[in-house]
Ligand binder design. Structure first.
Ligand code: GDP
Ligand code: MG
Length: 852
């Protein structure tokens, strides 16, 4: 039915593009006929991976709320690139990236998985043209695994944020969007699941503008045939892209054919293109000139370049929007084109920032000002050969602990003698590997801008920085010893489970497994309760701890019968009501046979919002506390006989240890502002070890907390969660009543989804107002008959649904889903999103006291 390249399209300079689309259309065919082995094809990609030039690399992440279709989209990308021969399905538990048994059983992504593939597939490119190598990380979408997203995002150069076309912007979408924002990651938006009943591209785009606070640049609009979603309209190139639902084979439909068969759609395409050009020409001089010169026929190349320029800073003032349905194979190839076209390669990203002492500087600033060799101030700075970042540590079983690394400067090889500036040790990898889902392949080097894994690093943890220097020194050059890339913050734990081993042998085995588990996932923490001797494992929520427990039993082979496993409970914490007096502590006992003496003064006060804003350079924020250290210079000296950075770190460590057990319930102390003043004059002798300094801070903090408790100035905090309940109207009163009277929660808003109002404006990410009434979106297919449909629904007894939003204690909500089921007959969805720690008062405090 459809013809292909038309002379008309060629006249508009689009022949080349159409040719490329046609080539892609055939890509799937070529790949499925190829004879390379089953499953993931490795050789060609492995090779291409480490040989790829930096301009040809895209390190991207797929981010979204749980169930938006991240894993499904990743799976389709692998298939269409020719990387896999079979399309895996989340619902059948056979996708490439969800390969852990737990993920396959539950149908959810728990750990982020990396895959690499080429786009466009090499087999379809003309001679001499190179494919781009896409390193893609599929991330989990459940809020309990948000640390997993947070540690991967900073090492990526771009992200595709997926929205469910029915559900729109969900709570975790907003959160990961914000995380991407903090790392300035350029983003694309992909509205998925448009095949589903109730999908609305219009609403999804409006919500993106209103809630993600970005101006949507519609590069595609959906192609509906009556009510059925059949393809997408490429607004920039003015063609229709239609897909075969089974194979995903793509047919390019020229504008003229659209004009004949679907004139309304062709008109909408022209309108969308004009809207896009209009918006771009406000921002981009190149477009403006071409627009004025050539009227509406701005070339697709010019439009694409303008979009690229607008998003590359990662501020997300504007975001290109694409449409599709990954499950039914619609829109995946053009989305891959967009990744290649719009997202930056590693060399186009802002320069790496390094923390050196109490300052943050760019890599080149650092190299310019890097201290010269001692005694030779006019020499060039000592060179640094490579800088890389460990963003994840995984226990892979047979191969042992594997450290995932991204290189920023220089390259790493197996003989690299790497300085870990967080752990202050040199390490050497055994092997360097390229990772693709559960497969690993040895590679000789990891060049700049690449992502890989290493075995053999004994100490590296998530967030550590690795540096290499010329020669084989025994010690890192002084200037670089403590240079670091910012590590991701671990959010405070909100829930825990106790484990009580029956025997010492069982206890030792569990402790070993806990150590390894928390090294893999630093958002899992553990300690031994001094009084009960129980092992306490804490984490980000019910699901997180269930999965942790599962991993202990299945991966670390702990036998369940060797210990008593408690229920999952919420983690309380403690806080101060008023500032304490300054507490001075002098620690002068021998430590491991070494005599020494160190002293400091500590003052604690409740943390106010202003403390976050005025974080001084020598402050750190950890587990909800801000710790500030000052090291005064003694009179009559202008040089301190010790390394201030090391002492600062030791004092921080002491304070962190002191805050980890509060005086009321031995729960961690939060929302506390700690001032520590070191006392260097106090006989600080060379013999004093770091332990003396750490202990001086630890005991001073403990003494201050103890006194505050005696003065009744310590309160209990409990984690709250923000909830959204989507439920039938008839159940909503009972639910609201239950939450506010029996659960200690608060309902903030109840609304009908169809009452969403997009007539106002919002503050955009870039600081400008976004007037929602000016955001262009095409109408949904059933819009004209919406009211008829609604009537129909009512008559056929369809249920009216409501959203109830608010906050409540996590303790009450952790298992609320089951309770809701009895109130709604299962016709609800409950979404929880992390809230703040809030003070326990009144009856809840009394009940807690009774629990002990
Ligand atoms: P993730 O949590 O974001 O990784 O989402 P998944 O890829 O695991 O998908 C969640 C569910 O949505 C699965 O049941 C998928 O089959 C389904 N799904 C994903 N994409 C689509 C789509 O385009 N259309 C429809 N109807 N379902 C989809
Ligand atoms: Mg997933």
């Amino acid at each position: 039915m459809f013809t292909t390249v038309s002379s008309h399209a060629c006249r508009h300079g689009q022949g080349k593009l159409l040719l490329r689309l046609l080539v892609l259309k055939n890509a799937r065919l070529c790949n499925s006929n190829s004879s390379i082995g089953k499953g993931i094809r490795s050789y060609a990609t492995e090779h291409a991976h480490h040989e790829a030039r930096i301009e040809n690399i895209r390190n991207i992440g797929i981010i979204a709320h749980v169930d938006a279709g991240k894993t499904t989209t990743t799976e389709r990308m692998l298939y269409h690139s020719g990387r896999t021969r079979h399309i895996g399905n989340v619902d059948h538990g056979n996708t490439t990236t969800d390969f852990l048994p737990m993920e396959r059983e539950r149908g959810i992504t728990i750990q982020s998985a990396a895959v690499t593939f080429q786009w466009p597939p090499k087999s379809v490119l003309p001679n001499g043209q190179e494919s781009k190598t896409i390193n893609l990380i599929d991330t989990p979408g459940h809020q309990d695994f948000r640390y997993e997203v947070d540690r991967c995002l900073p090492i990526l150069d771009g992200a595709v944020c997926i929205m469910d076309g029915v559900k729109g912007v969900e709570t975790h979408t907003e959160r990961v969007w914000q995380s991407a924002h903090l790392s300035n990651i350029p983003r694309l938006l992909y509205v998925n699941k448009l095949d589903r009943d109730g999908a609305s591209f219009k609403r999804a785009v409006q919500e993106a503008a209103a809630r993600l606070k970005t101006w949507p640049l519609l590069c595609q609009i959906p192609w509906w045939q009556k009510d059925e979603f059949v393809g997408v309209i490429d607004v920039i190139h003015e063609v229709g892209l239609r897909f075969s639902k089974n194979s995903g084979a793509m047919t390019v439909v020229p504008k003229e054919t659209l004009a004949t068969h679907n004139p309304a759609l062709k008109n909408e395409m022209e309108k969308a293109r004009l809207q896009l050009i209009d918006k771009l020409s406000d921002q981009d001089e190149g477009i403006m000139e071409e627009y004025l010169e050539r009227d509406i026929n701005v070339s697709s190349g010019t439009i694409k370049k303008a979009i690229r320029r607008l998003i590359i800073d990662g501020e997300a003032k504007f975001t290109p929007v694409f449409a599709g349905s990954s499950l039914t194979n619609i829109g995946v190839q053009p989305l891959l084109e967009a990744v290649v076209d719009y997202l930056p390669n590693p060399s186009e990203r802002p320069e790496l920032r390094l923390i050196t002492g109490s300052k943050t500087v760019t890599f080149s600033e650092f190299m310019e000002t890097a201290p010269k060799k001692k005694g030779a101030p006019h020499q060039k700075p000592e060179p640094v050969l490579s800088v890389s970042h460990v963003f994840k540590v995984v226990d892979s079983g047979a191969r042992g602990l594997m450290s995932w690394v991204r290189t920023y400067h220089g390259s790493l090889s197996r003989s690299s003698h790497m300085w870990n500036s967080n752990m202050n040790v040199f390490e050497k990898p055994q092997n360097i590997m390229h990772v693709s889902a559960k497969d690993y392949h040895d590679i000789p080097t990891l060049p700049t801008g690449h992502i890989g894994a290493m075995t053999g690093l004994k100490q590296a943890r998530t967030g550590d920085t690795l540096l290499t220097f010329p020669g084989h020194q025994a010690q890192a050059p002084e200037a670089y010893r403590s240079v670091r890339i910012k590590a991701p913050e671990t959010p405070p734990a909100v829930a825990f489970i106790s484990i009580e081993p029956y025997t010492k042998t069982a206890g030792d085995k569990i402790v070993d497994a806990l150590q390894r588990l928390s090294r893999e996932d630093p958002s899992i923490r553990w300690h031994k309760d001094e009084r009960s001797e129980q092992l306490i494992l804490s984490g980000m929520g019910l699901l997180h701890l269930e999965i942790a427990q599962d991993r202990l039993l299945t991966h670390y082979k702990i036998e369940k019968e060797t210990a008593i496993w408690g229920d999952i409970e919420v983690e309380y914490s403690e806080c101060l009501f008023a500032p304490t007096r300054p507490h001075h502590h002098e620690y002068d006992r021998a430590l491991r046979g070494v005599a020494g003496r160190a002293a400091c003064t500590v003052l604690l006060e409740p943390l106010e919002a202003c403390h976050h804003d005025t974080l001084l350079e020598s402050s750190i924020e950890r587990d909800g506390n801000v710790i500030h250290v000052s090291i005064p210079l003694p009179e009559d000296t202008d040089e301190l006989p010790f390394d201030t950075e090391t002492v600062r770190q030791q004092l921080f460590n002491g304070a962190i240890a002191g805050l980890s057990r509060g005086p009321r319930r031995s729960a961690p102390v939060r929302k506390c502002h700690v001032h520590i003043t070191f006392d260097p004059e106090k006989d600080w002798s060379k013999n004093s070890t770091g332990g003396h300094i750490t202990n001086a801070a630890l005991f001073a903090v403990r003494a201050a907390l103890k006194e505050a408790h005696e003065n009744a100035q310590v309160g209990i905090l409990e984690p709250f969660t923000n909830f959204t309940i989507h439920c039938p109207e008839e159940a909503s009163h009972a639910i609201q009543h239950d939450i506010s009277s029996a659960r200690g929660g608060q309902v903030m808003e109840v609304r009908k989804p169809e009452e969403d109002d997009y007539s106002g404006s919002v503050d955009g990410q870039g600081g400008e107002r976004i007037d929602l009434t000016r955001v262009y979106v095409p109408p949904d297919p059933y819009e004209g008959v919406q009211s008829l449909r609604d009537e129909g629904k009512k008559m056929s007894g369809s249920v009216r649904m409501l959203h109830i939003m608010g906050k409540a204690p996590l303790k009450e909500m952790m298992k609320y889903d089951g309770h809701l089921r009895s109130m709604t007959g299962g016709r609800h969805t409950l979404t929880l999103d992390p809230g703040e720690f809030e003070l326990v008062t009144g009856p809840r405090e009394k009940a807690l006291a009774l629990e002990g």
